[in-house]
Design a protein around this ligand. Sequence first.
Ligand SMILES: Cc1cc2nc3c(=O)[nH]c(=O)nc-3n(C[C@H](O)[C@H](O)[C@H](O)COP(=O)(O)OP(=O)(O)OC[C@H]3O[C@@H](n4cnc5c(N)ncnc54)[C@H](O)[C@@H]3O)c2cc1C
Length: 418
Amino acid sequence: MPYWWAGVDAPPSSATALPGETDVCIVGAGLTGLSCAWELARHGRSVVVVDSDEIGRGASGRNGGMVHPGGKHDLATMLTMPRGREMWDDTVAAFEGTEALVDELGVDCDWRRSGHLELAGHPRHVAHLRSVADAYASIGEEARFIAAGDLRAEIGSDRFTGGLLVTRSGSVQPAKLVGAVAGAALSAGAELHGQTEARAVERDGGGYRIETSRGAIRAGEVVVATDGTTRRRPVPWLGRRILGIGSFIIATEPIEDGLARSVSPAGRMFFDTKNFLNYWRLSPDGRRVLFGGRTSFAPTTVEQARDRLYAAMLRSHPQLAGVRVERAWGGLVGLTFDRLPHLGRHPQTGVVYAAGYCGTGVALSTHFGRAIGRWMCGEGELPAFAGRPWPIVPPPAHVPWLLPVAGWWYQARDALGI
Ligand SMILES: Cc1cc2nc3c(=O)[nH]c(=O)nc-3n(C[C@H](O)[C@H](O)[C@H](O)COP(=O)(O)OP(=O)(O)OC[C@H]3O[C@@H](n4cnc5c(N)ncnc54)[C@H](O)[C@@H]3O)c2cc1C
């Protein structure tokens, strides 16, 4: 069980039977689906959210809780893309909007403006981090390259050859955040039904018929918000564009204050520059280290991931030797082939979607969910990420034994720093 769920109420759900009809049916009760439901319900639409699991128990309730502008591509790369500056500004709006939402909901989600440090995982990555620092300077955003010799004030580790400190970023307790958004959606009138798998979505007159494991629903509109858990059904064209990849996190036992501060003196969030990156932070009470990542594309059990993450944690922070791991868990990250999230309305089926956050979706999923909700009510425009061509994931990536081969390729690149 994720560390985040201990002692925290599970997100609320509806105790009623599944209705036969609704204005909008949303498949997936994570931050995307729930924030979309909240907006739609506030605008007077009847909304039914279905999830094959319990509400909020996907990536949204089990992630690292690191919240920052940007996405899988860094700022320097994003600025070279068509509408790159607008996309970046959307990610800033996503971050600011998530912070404002936490404030608006008035629920304690352990939100903190912590700042984050991106750490050079290989000496060759230093030049790139410097260029990203220049890109931040070019748009007037606060960020600073820190040379290896000066890193000690920010991180208790000698492993990294430089880092980029970005101050506009924060941290949150993800289970509390998704619970708060579920509560807001429910209070606004949305229905939230867990243990209800959507198995097929078909056109039915001017609307849709959604076959679920608990009966059929007729809906005027359908939103699919399944990110890393997207499969070939119920919407095959979406399943061909997203690859669900496991990511894992360990949480240590409580440690002494001094030891915790030796890891993160300023309480920053950390991640490195590798393809198989690690991300880590202190728990909101500052007493545990949470360390996440993935080491291969091969099928991995939570136990294997726990041992590999523990070894990786000690390579960066040998001072933690002997500290026990108390919890380990995993979740699915939704990768896209262009490493960008996508949202909009599918031209052929009319299904609305937002997904593919590539592991950086806490702020973006909340923002995109709200944006599509408002847009479906005729309010505002979609973020600049909308309407881009969305490449399919090459079919070999869906072949179980071929995926680890791609993993070895990335591991070799990580070792060489390319
Ligand atoms: C371990 C881990 C760590 C992460 N750390 C961070 C981080 O620190 N910072 C960050 O920004 N991002 C992070 N992410 C990514 C982030 O959590 C996600 O991008 C975001 O939560 C996606 O939200 P979502 O609502 O789109 O999808 P999810 O929260 O995954 O919800 C999708 C839901 O769809 C449901 N579903 C799927 N198929 C069906 C179906 N057929 N019928 C009904 N329901 C269905 C699933 O059960 C699931 O509940 C992390 C992800 C993981 C897994």
